[in-house]
Design a protein around this ligand. Structure first.
Ligand code: GDD
Ligand code: MG
Length: 399
């Protein structure tokens, strides 16, 4: 892959947010093709290097009730060396959708000769493991793991950690283009290749999202939710910088990856608020506004890469209500943050009222908050899940 080096960087405490990077060539060959005449503004990531990174990477696919055809396409786009972890919250009745997903995954694994993990979000082993490790905030009043994409991501993260993976990436299960999935994973590896910190995050911005408008295919760049969330995050960062910045382009990036070292250090926020919240939480923990709970991470520094993918992004279209909800929860996550400036809080509230999300008398709801995973005792966690079918694929070594 050939990728432009970041042209801009915004420093916030110990965090370096890099500007959007363009991909010039998806496959730029092996190491010996990286000729001496490389230009300083473009970085080559030789095939061998991203292959090595992918060997240590888990790709988590959160699923709730997606069409199997789409899921199969996504699986086919995930590079062979990555460990696939499906976390499903699909219904178990009247039709057992999870069983169908399990069968599809097993079938895929037989053909491509690899092992993968599939777990259900409501699996009682997992619920017990979280309870035993003092992480009960993820459970609902019935003692089950709560619904939500972020809740599924937390499960995926801990399973990848138990499987001793160094990197973790997320891809949605409803992507129509397997080639796009493959590209995202390559870009995750490219980000980690460029990073010199153990604490790195890579977020994907799609170059286009095709839509049919007036019977013609139109390649739209930014959706409304993405625009709103990016504007909100940029306003927040600009407040502290004291100069206006538009650097954040990936506020809603469902497709993103982290080093496991960083994934363990970040708090999570429920459902679809998790992507903007990860940026907010970086600032809460490492922005230098509050004393950091993890001074050793502060010392090393955190790098956030934003890479613009080349494939168009086409997924199952959500209805208007779903899209509005995504915008609203991003606002809630920002509003309730301990680092949200008062002025911005007022603006967000005004906007919520204007958009008719709530009335002037209401208080904005707060998304559920889940603490960072680093304090979880992995031995105890594994002890609780060791009889679950997916535990066989998780290596016990090192625990
Ligand atoms: N395990 C699990 N549990 N998975 C879930 C759940 C859940 O409760 N809810 C949804 N998912 C899965 C979906 O099946 C899909 O694979 C993925 O999470 C994203 O959910 P979608 O419902 O398809 O979200 P979206 O397409 O509207 O939004 C996506 O893109 C946004 C950026 O435009 C998501 O990735 C958002 O998080 C992202 O901000
Ligand atoms: Mg989707």
């Amino acid at each position: 892959m050939k990728i432009e080096i970041p042209r801009e960087v915004d420093r916030f405490g110990a965090i370096r947010f890099y500007g959007l990077q363009k991909v010039f060539e998806l496959d730029s060959g092996i190491r010996e093709d990286s000729s001496a005449d490389q230009i300083a503004t473009v970085k080559q990531i030789p095939y061998e290097d991203y292959y090595e990174i992918q060997k240590e990477m888990a790709i988590v696919v959160p699923i709730r009730n997606e069409r199997l055809r789409l899921v199969e396409g996504v699986l086919c786009g995930i590079p062979h060396k990555c460990l696939i972890i499906i976390v499903s919250n699909s219904p178990r009745g009247p039709i057992d959708r999870f069983k169908m997903e399990e069968e599809a995954l097993n079938n895929f694994c037989t053909f491509v000769n690899k092992k993968a993990i599939i777990a259900h979000q409501k699996d009682p082993h997992l619920a017990r493991a979280f309870e035993k490790t003092q992480y009960a905030s993820i459970l609902n009043k019935n003692g089950e793991i709560r619904d939500g994409k972020a809740e599924g991501m937390i499960i995926g993260t801990i399973l990848a950690w138990l499987a001793e993976k160094k990197y973790i990436g997320f891809v949605d299960a409803d992507n129509y283009f397997p080639g796009a999935v493959e590209e995202y994973v390559r870009e995750y590896a490219a980000g980690f290749f460029m990073s010199s910190s153990r604490y790195a995050m890579v977020r994907i911005a799609w170059q286009s999202k095709p839509k049919i408008i007036e019977k013609k295919l139109f390649f739209r760049k930014w959706g409304r939710t993405t625009e709103n969330t990016n504007r909100l995050l940029n306003k927040f960062l600009s407040h502290y910088y004291g100069f206006e910045s538009e650097l954040i382009k990936t506020g809603n990036a469902g497709e993103h990856a982290m080093t496991m070292d960083l994934a363990r250090c970040l708090d999570y926020s429920s459902g679809y608020s998790v992507e903007p919240y990860h940026i907010i939480n970086l600032v809460e923990k490492f922005g230098g506004i509050h004393e950091s709970p993890l001074p050793e991470v502060m010392k090393e520094g955190i790098e956030v890469y934003q890479i613009e993918s080349r494939n168009p992004h086409l997924h199952e279209a959500g209805d208007r209500e779903h899209i509005e909800e995504m915008s609203y929860v991003a606002m809630q996550a920002m509003y309730h943050s301990t680092v949200c400036p008062e002025k911005l809080k007022k603006e967000i509230f005004k906007d919520m009222v204007k958009q008719k999300y709530l009335s002037r008398e209401d208080k904005p709801p707060q998304p559920n908050h889940f603490p960072a995973l680093y304090s979880i005792d992995t031995k105890t966690f594994f002890e609780e899940i060791k009889t679950a079918p997916y535990a066989k694929t998780i290596k016990e070594g090192g625990l």
